[in-house]
Design a protein. Structure first.
Length: 136
């Protein structure tokens, strides 16, 4: 809760607990304290995921990475779709992701998506292996 790192773990060591990686190489070791900005970002992410748990259960999040420049990236679903959330407005971005996911599912394209970047203001960038467009 105060940002003190207490253990170095691998995701399979603590099933059911989110492991956030991306801090190695920063001189962080057990007993050190995360910066206030980083800790606040992690708390915002966990709160946003808690709010979204009705449509995005935690067991659907297979990976969470932190990058000081780009913020949080999640891997979601059976195909480990990469979802770039960034550093701020995480609640809003997860709501937008829910809408994107719904639209792609309705169009039967969800399985083709490899990456969704929500760090574009009020838009989303969707990347994947989509079938070629057939004109009318």
């Amino acid at each position: 809760g105060d940002g003190t790192l207490y253990s170095r773990v691998a995701p399979d060591q603590l099933p059911g607990m989110m492991v956030i990686h991306g801090f190695s190489g920063r001189g962080l070791k057990e007993g050190k304290i995360l910066s206030g900005d980083t800790l606040q970002g992690i708390k915002m992410l966990l709160a946003a995921l808690q709010t979204a748990k009705s449509w995005l259960p935690m067991d659907q999040v297979s990976d969470c990475a932190w990058n000081a420049e780009t913020g949080f990236t999640l891997r979601i679903g059976p195909n480990a779709m990469q979802v770039q959330l960034g550093r701020d407005h995480l609640d809003e971005k997860l709501r937008r992701f829910q809408e994107v996911q719904k639209t792609l599912s309705e169009r039967h394209l969800l399985g083709a998506v490899t990456r969704v970047d929500l760090d574009y203001g009020h838009r989303a960038y969707v990347q994947g292996h989509f079938p070629p467009f057939k004109g009318i």
